[in-house]
Design a protein around this ligand. Structure first.
Ligand code: FCB
Length: 439
């Protein structure tokens, strides 16, 4: 059977931002800007998972997951993004790994899920080449400590978001609106991944190092401009996949000014596996101002002619179209472009308004249809190794603050008490049945 897990990220759940020597990150700073987070909230406390890992572990056990995808906070390990490790920061993840293994749950860490040490942003951030080199040092500190027990690593989570939501649209940290810098950031994220992957394999022979991309089919509505479809597909999907598969960027995109000869040779073939985060397909509609689907920002596609996002119902509370066929399609397409590379669904899930005590049937329906899509892809021979539902807990949804709830478990705002939703029980049953059926 494939593995079944749940996913979280450090910044969205840990809280404890000033504890045990953690340094500030770009997201801590971004949250202080007026209007940056829709509800004016922040993640200083978040789900307080830093102090409540035991509770979260009990929830993982209750689900019966085979794996837990979490991220390591760079500013806990290196408070200023460089130099020796902060012992308390590494110790936190070291203990987490041991506790998970004790319970028979495979730890599945991501090294960078968007929380860049602020000191590195002050030195230029991802548009600066040095950040890629600093990422390698950081990665080796983590894998040097945990790699004896953890064989599989994700370097980056959704570098498209960091590069283009962060540097072109400016709606994510660091909030810049400089398209040229976004392409440089994309290039250095890929370079950082490739250099870190090579260094980790040298340090830990046998390690499997991949990265997590948010890939999605880009569909054209009858009034959509095919040129916009191609531009969105290039920035969202092909920039990343073409670089990994062929060592080149799509011809329709500008060559990043920061790219140096030889860089893309390092990127080509650098992923031992690829994670696909899938939530929704994109539909490109009339050349009109953005329809403003949450998290889908036209400014994040520099160079695309005017277009609007035109999601079709049913929609989640993010405004994202629900369509499981998109997951199947993206798995097939990624397998076609990267033959022989194992794939994982590293995030999939849905935000709905879940009034307390009301069964979250919408979420169950979403998960069920997408798990079926994964089954169909596997039956057709696509090498999908794991599926991770996003997310274990309702958590800090970036620029959407606390307004969007993706969790299988609710977190009461005042008490931080964890309250499992109906989807939690449903997913636990699904996993239990799969375990019974597996040889
Ligand atoms: C993805 C992010 C994850 C979460 C989900 C809803 O883009 O990787 O942290 O916010 O979306």
């Amino acid at each position: 059977m494939i593995g079944y897990g749940v996913a979280t990220s450090a910044y969205q759940i840990e809280g404890a931002v000033d504890v045990d020597g953690r340094g500030p990150s770009t997201w801590d700073e971004f949250c202080t800007r007026a209007g940056a987070i829709v509800d004016g909230s922040d993640a200083r406390v978040a789900c307080d998972s830093y102090h409540r890992f035991d509770e979260d572990l009990a929830l993982l056990e209750g689900l019966g997951v085979t794996a837990y995808r979490f991220s390591v906070a760079w500013p806990r390990v290196q408070p200023t993004g460089r130099g020796p490790a902060n012992p308390a920061g590494l110790a936190y993840y070291d203990r987490m790994v041991d506790r998970l293994l004790d319970k028979g749950i495979r730890p599945f860490p991501t090294l960078f899920h968007w929380d860049l040490p602020l000191a590195l942003e002050d030195e230029g951030g991802w548009p600066a080449r040095d950040t890629a080199l600093r990422f390698v040092d950081y990665a080796l500190l983590v894998t040097g400590r945990l790699g004896d027990r953890v064989p599989t690593w994700a370097t980056l989570n959704e570098p498209w978001c960091t590069a283009f939501l962060g540097h072109a649209a400016g709606v994510f940290a660091p909030g810049r609106r400089e398209p040229a810098a976004a392409f440089d950031a994309a290039h250095h994220l890929l370079l950082g991944h490739a250099l870190a992957a090579a260094a980790i394999r040298e340090q830990r022979p046998g390690a499997e190092v991949g990265l997590v991309l948010n890939l999605t089919p880009v569909r054209r509505e009858p009034d959509g401009d095919p040129v916009a479809v191609e531009a969105v597909d290039a920035v969202q999907n092909r920039l990343w996949v073409d670089a990994l598969a062929d060592g080149r960027y799509p011809a329709v995109l500008p060559v990043p000014g920061a790219a140096r000869a030889g860089d893309l040779e390092l990127v080509r073939g650098s992923a031992d596996w690829v994670g696909v985060n899938y939530y929704t397909p994109f539909r490109i509609g009339a050349p009109a101002p953005a329809t403003d689907a949450v998290g889908q920002d036209v400014d994040a596609y520099p160079g695309a002619p005017d277009f609007s996002f035109a999601p079709r119902p049913p929609l989640t509370s993010m405004g994202w179209e629900v369509d499981a066929s998109g997951l199947e399609e993206v798995l097939h397409e990624t397998a076609r472009r990267l033959p022989g590379v194992p794939l994982r669904v590293t995030e999939n899930g849905a935000a709905f308004r879940d009034p307390a005590g009301v069964p979250d049937e919408d979420r169950i329906g979403y998960l069920a249809s997408h798990l079926e899509a994964v089954d169909r892809a596997v039956a057709a021979g696509v090498p999908v190794h794991d599926y991770f539902a996003w997310s274990l807990l309702d958590n800090f949804e970036w620029a959407q603050g606390w307004t969007q709830t993706f969790g299988l478990v609710a977190v009461e705002p005042e008490t931080l008490r964890r309250v499992p939703k109906a989807s939690y029980g449903w997913y636990a049953d699904h996993i239990a049945k799969r375990r019974l059926l597996s040889p």
